[in-house]
Design a protein around this ligand. Structure first.
Ligand SMILES: Cc1ncc(COP(=O)(O)O)c(C=O)c1O
Length: 406
């Protein structure tokens, strides 16, 4: 009898998930950094700001007070209550109660839980193309299919209601919205959100609204929470929020999922219990201080991001074959590229350009990491500190111009 081979598995839905191009580029850069090379971290969306002192104090106090035991599965009651208050006042999401709010390990896990409780195998979810990679991956993890609707520079990357309506099929379960948008920096206006809600109502669809960047936006662009505009359709909106961007708490992995649907709440409780059984207690006490304490860091961060945005957009302007979009929100400059740039630099495509830049110590994320409609594009993040944005933008410009000093 032939010997059995030990390392064999039948195909699995997880095999459809990528390793993530941005993570691979980050690893090249981190290796270079460990070898002492100066690297420019334009690939990563991790805010440079420190966590506020009162948040750190709250974490330390909770640790010293022995608040290190198991916590309620859905989140500590004090934090759920404070977030419900924040959602009613700041986000105008009337009627939200503490029991509608579920703490998750970042918005990433909120997306996993949202799609995992909403979708059935074979369902389709409409998403913008390009879109931050992990949205499509989390839809695939639920054995469902992301359906991309291309967004275009000519219309400021608006997520067009007509294009969304045209993408609906009998299998469509939900429309996914992300405003401010990663990677383009588009911010959806009230009219667009209302038109998307009307489509959802007409076709009996759910909406998943990812508002992780609610506080990272530039005047005059305002943030509108989808659920606040949904009226009687609000129970069909699942809203996703994060402390990573608003409070620079990315490593503390704290986000939250909000739903007014009682059926979904039961499923969410079950999925939370079996995946995390409660977010890290200390991170939650820190989050409570973050949401109830002073919020003056938000305008300060917005002003600093606006400065960085202007520096980076200016540096990318006027380079042949390079078309940057000045974002209305989030902290990325989405940049469309022409063949003439690849020819001039001797690279095959945006993927090769991203690897070529990484070899020169500059991080970036190539367009096809974000979808199918945008291979000739690149995302540069300006969430690293202002000095790095200034120095890095200069280096990036010189490198793309092929200047010898680069
Ligand atoms: C659009 C969007 N949603 C959600 C997340 C996840 O954020 P976190 O898991 O850090 O809260 C990110 C992170 O970059 C994002 O860009």
């Amino acid at each position: 009898m032939p010997a059995a081979t030990a390392d064999v598995l039948p195909p699995h839905p997880i095999d459809r998930i990528s390793f993530g191009k941005i993570v691979q580029i980050r690893e090249v850069l981190l290796r270079a950094q460990a070898e002492g090379q100066r690297v420019i971290r334009f690939e990563s969306g991790d805010p440079s700001f420190d966590v506020a002192p009162h948040v750190l104090d709250a974490i330390a106090a909770a640790a010293r007070a022995g608040r290190t035991h198991y916590v309620p599965n859905d989140g500590i009651p004090e934090l759920r209550k404070a977030l419900a208050e924040k959602l009613r006042t700041k986000n105008a999401m009337e009627g939200v109660k503490a029991e509608h709010v579920f703490l998750t390990n970042g918005a990433m896990h909120a997306l996993f839980v949202a799609f995992g409780t909403l979708l059935l195998p074979g369902d389709e979810v409409i998403i913008p193309d390009p879109m931050w990679t992990e949205v499509a991956e989390n839809i695939r993890l639920a054995s469902a299919t992301p359906v991309g609707v291309p967004v275009r520079m000519a219309s400021d990357y608006a997520y067009e209601p007509d294009a969304i309506a045209a993408a609906i099929t009998p299998r469509t379960r939900a429309i996914f919205i992300n405003s401010p948008h990663n990677p383009t920096g588009a911010v959806l206006g009230r009219d667009t959100l209302e038109a998307i809600i009307a489509i959802a109502r007409e076709h009996d669809l759910w909406i998943v609204s990812d508002e992780a960047y609610e506080d990272v936006r530039y005047a005059p662009h305002a943030h509108h929470s989808t659920a606040a505009l949904a009226g009687d359709w609000a129970p069909r909106v699942l809203s996703v929020f994060s402390f990573s961007k608003s409070h620079a708490m990315a490593g503390l992995r704290t986000g939250y999922l909000v739903t007014q649907s009682s059926l979904l709440r039961e499923r969410i409780q079950k999925l939370l219990r079996c995946t995390i059984n409660g977010v890290n207690s200390l991170a939650q006490w820190g989050a409570l201080a973050a949401v109830t304490g002073p919020q003056d860091h938000i305008p300060m961060m917005q002003a600093e991001y606006a400065k960085r945005r202007d520096v980076m957009v200016k540096a990318l302007t006027g380079i042949p074959g390079v078309r940057p979009f000045a974002p209305h929100g989030a902290f990325y400059v989405w940049t469309e590229l022409d063949q003439s740039l690849y020819d001039r630099l001797g690279v095959a495509d945006a993927d090769a350009l991203s690897a070529w830049l990484a070899e020169r110590g500059i991080g970036s994320a190539p367009g096809d990491a974000f979808g199918h409609a945008c291979a000739d594009a690149m995302r540069f993040a300006f969430s690293c500190d202002t000095r790095m944005v200034e120095e890095g933008s200069k280096l990036l410009r010189a490198t793309l111009l092929g200047e010898p000093e680069a």
